[in-house]
Design a protein around this ligand. Structure first.
Ligand code: ADP
Ligand code: MG
Length: 714
């Protein structure tokens, strides 16, 4: 039997084994079990210290260094009670995955014994040798020091493994010179920026109760699961997370029988284990279901404050991977693991909320609330329109290029879907036509009167990258593998900019001047309606229409990233203290480098597979055909295969030449362009040649597990 056949025979005998006592381990009993949450803090901290810490966590006062040793002691006691032996500072460098370095609590006493030690300083600050993390040139190797600093707003947690426990402290990662080297710091700064500006607007509306505004995030996460025994036989999946080759399966997603379909026992067992682990970590996992493509699934959490929700999404992705391995599965979180069927995204549900519980994008029930809602809504619309190029850049990477605009995901054009009722309101505002006050819950805004706004603004549009869904926006163009810090940082900053201008304008009016407000909003509607689009985002007409409206359409990462190097971008990010010019430049450089590296790895992997797996299989088959005699049928097949083999060899040479040419580029930007324009088309041609061979070469000779096996046999 071939390795593929052996794997499939084994998969056929897989039985789901119970892993948990699900009655005793019910959701409520275990939620937050691994988190140093309020309950644990209460149990391990003296009352006044606990109270102080809570106020800091809630953003109400800065951290008091006087309590740090007491907190560290409590954290250590709590962790050791759970079996922890080590601690780590956990951070998100610009690699896009999380990083951690473990240290044990062990401190020798000098008499052949040890005690457990964990000081306030250990909690507050770490000093990883940072020289191997991408910095975009900020940190020269001679000043390689970087610091991790405890992020008090994100809960401390335990990583519990079968053989031990690690105390894990979420941190921010800065250079020796104080510059952000991670994804967390800019996000926290952007939260501050948007919160400050939103509060100014709220105050104009007479709100005196809120002391803080923050953004909320509920990221829906799509993913694929396939059997590990098959996946491990594909170097492309192992190294790049996506299939670089593979003829279409005779059956794909056309029967539409997967979406919300019954969940296979083996997958449900995985999802149940995943949910339990997430709950223990305090991640409020809520929804699980089959997605559109075969072997594709989705989970969604209950929304949280953006900094916590973003950390939690990293935990979701890493736990998904870990638990998949335990279940003999491989997690594919790439945006486009398979050609010809849907890829995966992340739908970032986003809103702004006050610390006293008001959702600022909730239309509310009375006219005053409606007017305030409309002001925030228009501010978001303007922010997105003004900075559509940056939002596009914020979701740009090699993986997402395969998905955006591919008739399954939003186009690369950033537009906003509002639904018919709100579109009508904005159109009235833009027209500025005075209307008589309507009966009931309407408010005269001078230029228009606001109808009562329905919360369930009913209509949905799957083709929009940025859609209003009743009381929040859904940023639907984010890649499935992306850490969400950066896209949310860009969005927060764009909206902060727009809110700051709105606050400036409002503060020139008397409080309560609704007619004045109407004039401001009317002007905003006039200038920014062009970003609103209710139609089919997949259609050709929209591309033409968007061009006519002057909306940016940056199709690839290479087209999108230059937006980050404009004066507009530099001024925006530095004005709101989110990224200094140097930090922005460094970050952008990291994105360029990353794009080139990913494309380079993919090209090398494709060449390797083509030369050492696909070509040899083809040659074997030609040998078999030659040995099979010279009947007309055999000769015809041999002819076809020989022709395709020639094509394969030519395509290998062409890809190698294109890759070589790209390496000769003078700068990383030129290299990226050479990959986009030269290497990717050559790689696509190589794939086409190989996929054509897959369709004719004898099945038992084919070395790579096929789409029909990967997608349906698990
Ligand atoms: P829908 O079905 O309309 O997409 P759901 O209620 O299923 O809406 O929510 C989808 C996601 O949006 C969930 O993760 C949910 O927690 C999140 N969400 C709901 N309200 C908000 C909000 N105010 N801010 C951020 N995310 C939210
Ligand atoms: Mg949704």
């Amino acid at each position: 039997m071939t390795a593929r056949q052996t794997a499939i025979a084994e998969i056929a005998t897989v039985k789901v084994a119970p892993t948990q006592d699900y009655v005793e381990q019910a959701g409520q009993a275990i939620f937050g079990q691994y988190v140093f949450n309020d309950e644990a803090q209460r149990a391990y901290l003296a009352k006044p210290i606990h109270r102080k810490l809570r106020r800091t966590v809630e953003g109400l006062e800065p951290f008091d260094p006087a309590i740090v040793d007491a907190v560290a002691h409590a954290v250590k006691e709590w962790a050791m009670a759970h079996g922890a032996t080590h601690y780590t500072h956990w951070f998100v460098p610009m690699t896009g995955s999380t990083a951690e370095k473990h240290d044990s609590f062990l401190a020798p006493t000098g008499e052949g014994k040890t005690i457990a030690e964990f000081s306030g300083r250990n909690l507050l600050q770490g000093e990883p040798d940072a020289s191997s993390f991408p910095s975009g040139g900020i940190r020269a190797t001679f000043e390689a020091r970087g610091y991790t600093a405890w992020d008090v707003t994100s809960p401390i947690f335990l990583q519990v493994e079968p053989n031990g426990v690690t105390l894990t402290i979420p941190t921010a990662f800065v250079s020796y010179t104080g510059e952000a080297l991670d994804h967390k710091i800019p996000l926290l700064r952007s939260q501050e920026a948007v919160g400050t500006q939103a509060l100014r607007v709220l105050r104009w509306f007479g709100n005196t109760t809120a002391s803080r505004v923050f953004t909320t995030i509920g990221p829906e996460q799509e993913y694929f699961l396939i059997d590990r025994r098959l996946a491990e036989q594909r170097p492309d999946l192992v190294l790049t997370g996506r299939t670089l080759f593979g003829a279409a399966s005779p059956k794909g997603q056309e029967l539409e029988d997967q979406y919300f379909g019954p969940i296979r026992e083996r997958i449900l067992a995985y999802m149940m284990d995943l949910d339990r682990e997430l709950w223990r970590m305090g991640v409020p996992s809520k929804t699980r279901h089959n997605e559109v493509a075969p072997a594709q699934f989705e989970m969604a959490p209950v929304f949280e404050a953006t900094s916590v929700g973003s950390d939690h999404n990293m935990l979701v992705m890493s736990l998904m991977r870990k638990i998949a391995t335990r279940h003999g599965l491989m997690l594919l979180i790439h945006e486009k693991p398979f050609a010809g069927i849907n890829g995966s995204g992340k739908h970032n549900n986003w809103s702004m909320a006050t610390d006293d519980g008001e959702n600022l994008l909730d239309p509310g029930t009375d006219p005053h609330e409606s007017a305030q809602f409309l002001a925030f809504l228009m501010a978001v619309i303007r922010g997105v329109d003004d900075h559509a190029d940056l939002l596009r850049a914020g979701i740009a990477d090699a993986g997402n290029d395969h998905r955006l605009g591919a008739n399954e995901a939003p186009p690369a054009i950033i537009s906003i879907f509002l639904g018919s009722q709100l579109t009508d309101v904005v159109e009235q505002l833009a027209a500025g036509a005075a209307k008589g006050s309507r009966k009931g819950g309407s408010v005269a805004l001078g230029v228009i009167s606001l109808p009562e706004l329905a919360k369930d603004a009913t209509d949905r549009n799957r083709t929009s990258p940025f859609a209003f869904t009743g009381n929040k926006f859904e940023f639907r163009a984010v890649g499935s593998s992306a850490p969400i810090y950066w896209p949310q940082t860009v969005l927060n900053t764009a909206v902060a900019d727009s809110l700051a201008r709105l606050a400036d304008d409002l503060e020139r009016l008397e409080p309560g001047d609704m007619a004045g407000l109407g004039t401001i909003l009317s002007g905003m509607a006039k200038d920014h309606s062009k970003v609103l689009f209710e139609g089919n985002g997949y259609s050709e007409e929209w591309h033409a229409e968007a061009a006519r409206r002057g909306l940016p359409n940056n199709r690839t990462t290479v087209d999108a990233l230059p937006a980050l190097a404009t004066d507009k971008a530099r001024s925006l990010f530095s004005r709101f203290g989110v990224l200094s010019e140097r930090e922005l430049e460094a970050r952008t450089e990291v994105y360029w480098e990353r794009y080139v590296k990913v494309q380079d790895i993919e090209a090398s992997t494709a060449l390797d597979i083509a030369r050492t797996m696909i070509l040899p299989a083809t040659v074997s088959y030609l040998g078999q055909l030659a040995a099979a005699g010279s009947s007309r049928g055999v000769a015809a097949v041999a002819d076809t295969v020989a022709g395709l083999a020639d094509g394969l060899v030519d395509a290998i040479d062409a890809l190698e030449a294109a890759q070589h040419a790209a390496h000769e580029a003078a700068s990383v930007h030129e290299e990226a362009a050479a990959f986009a324009e030269g290497v990717i088309p050559a790689q696509n041609a190589l794939r086409a040649a190989a996929d054509a061979l897959e369709a004719v070469v004898a099945d038992d000779l084919w070395p790579l597990p096929k789409y029909r096996e990967l997608l349906f046999q698990y």
